[in-house]
Design a protein around this ligand. Structure first.
Ligand SMILES: C[S@@+](CC[C@H](N)C(=O)[O-])C[C@H]1O[C@@H](n2cnc3c(N)ncnc32)[C@H](O)[C@@H]1O
Length: 359
């Protein structure tokens, strides 16, 4: 099975299970990086924002339905405006106009995105929806001054070949993710990750203007850590166990589980850095890993389950059919109550914060 991730956007709409209401974990990490983005724009954006500079273009790749994307975009705009103000004396100041390109898969809920964007005049930009995969070109050459992407590039363009092939050494038997327990499976995922990262950076390298910046935020594994050792890996492995229990109860089938594996790969920090360096389209202006701001605060089971549900629902429904999602997450809740996550013992993913400059 080749499972292309374009079929699986985050949960749409604005009900209790939607991404809109279940993206605060990501928001906290993004907000934690806001001051760094500000400083980078002030110090490293290599563009003369002279008085004849009229339209400043920003793109968010993999924006989902909000609200995080609106928050990021406004913070970039505020900083660019203050730099523009500093670089031009008040009298000759022609106000900058901003155009923002919101990208996500064609199946993303763009209606909800645009319905919930801030109203004007609070919204100081012209919005454009850009449907399509960010693993290819989406925008004209040399058109974007600042690009942003957050919590996106762990989503691969597809499930790697062979991991759903029962005859292959790389068959991901018994697991529904690349948790790094099976070497051949990890290798197959890594090949796909390298191919996808290259495609992402090549495309952005063409779209950004020379001297333009790209901020990339997400989570990866610290060097030497495997996904199964982290609490996030443990939760997803528990989802896999729940699916198995459901197969035993006849709610789904083992055949379906055998060929289910998420198109998601969490690289280790130096692996991610190595791929950016190898691609060579950008210089790395800043690349650091920090712990998630909520790390150390015990997250409740409800919070974890609803966060996972918001990104797993579409993919689970597509593969296992309607009517399994409620049952699956009820079972997950019961399992996590019975075997609570030991946050102290579990290793931790880290938040990476990267600022790239187009060469
Ligand atoms: C976890 S959400 C992050 C949303 C938002 N950036 C944030 O930080 O809250 C991941 C988003 O990436 C999108 N995505 C994944 N792969 C993509 C691709 N190849 N092209 C465009 N969007 C993609 C998903 O559809 C989803 O909306």
């Amino acid at each position: 099975m080749s499972t292309s991730s374009h079929l699986y956007p985050m949960s749409s709409g604005d009900d209790q299970h939607s991404y809109i209401h279940n993206s605060s974990y990501q928001k906290v990490a993004i907000s934690g990086a806001e001051e760094k983005t500000r400083r980078c724009i002030l110090e490293k954006l290599d563009l003369q924002l002279s008085s004849d500079f009229s339209t400043f273009r920003i793109a968010d790749f993999g924006c989902s339905t909000g609200p995080n994307t609106f928050h990021v975009v406004q913070s970039i705009i505020d900083t660019v405006k203050s730099r523009h103000f500093k670089e031009n004396n008040e009298h000759s100041l022609v106000p900058l106009e901003f155009q923002v390109f919101f990208n996500d898969h064609t199946t993303n809920d763009f209606n909800t995105l645009f319905k919930t964007q801030p109203p004007s005049p609070e919204r100081e930009y012209f919005s454009v929806g850009v449907p399509g995969s960010f693993y290819g070109r989406l925008l004209p050459r040399n058109s974007i001054h600042i690009g942003h992407t957050s919590y996106t590039i762990h989503w691969l363009s597809k499930v790697p070949e062979h991991v759903c092939d029962k005859k292959s050494m790389a068959w991901n038997k018994n697991y529904s993710q690349c948790n790094n327990l099976l070497e051949e499976v990890t290798k197959a995922y890594k090949v796909q990750f390298i191919e996808d990262m290259d495609a992402f950076l090549d495309a952005r390298g063409e779209e950004l203007v020379p001297g333009g910046l790209m901020t990339v935020i997400g989570e990866c594994l610290p060097d030497g850590v495997s996904l199964y050792e982290t609490w996030q890996g443990f939760v997803m492995d528990t989802v896999g166990d729940c699916l198995m229990d459901m197969a035993k109860s006849g709610i789904t089938s083992e055949e379906k589980i055998d060929v289910f594996s998420l198109p998601v790969y969490f690289p280790q920090f130096s692996e991610l850095k190595g791929e950016i360096e190898r691609n060579g389209s950008f210089t790395i202006e800043l690349m650091e890993a920090t712990s998630h701001p909520l790390e150390g605060m015990p997250l409740t089971n409800e919070f974890i389950i609803s966060t996972f549900r918001a990104f797993l629902t579409t993919i689970i429904e597509k593969h296992f059919g309607d009517g399994v999602v409620d049952e699956l997450f009820d079972r997950l809740a019961k399992k996590l109550y019975k075997h609570p996550i030991d946050f102290e013992m579990r290793k931790k993913q880290v938040v990476y914060y990267i600022v790239l400059k187009r060469k």
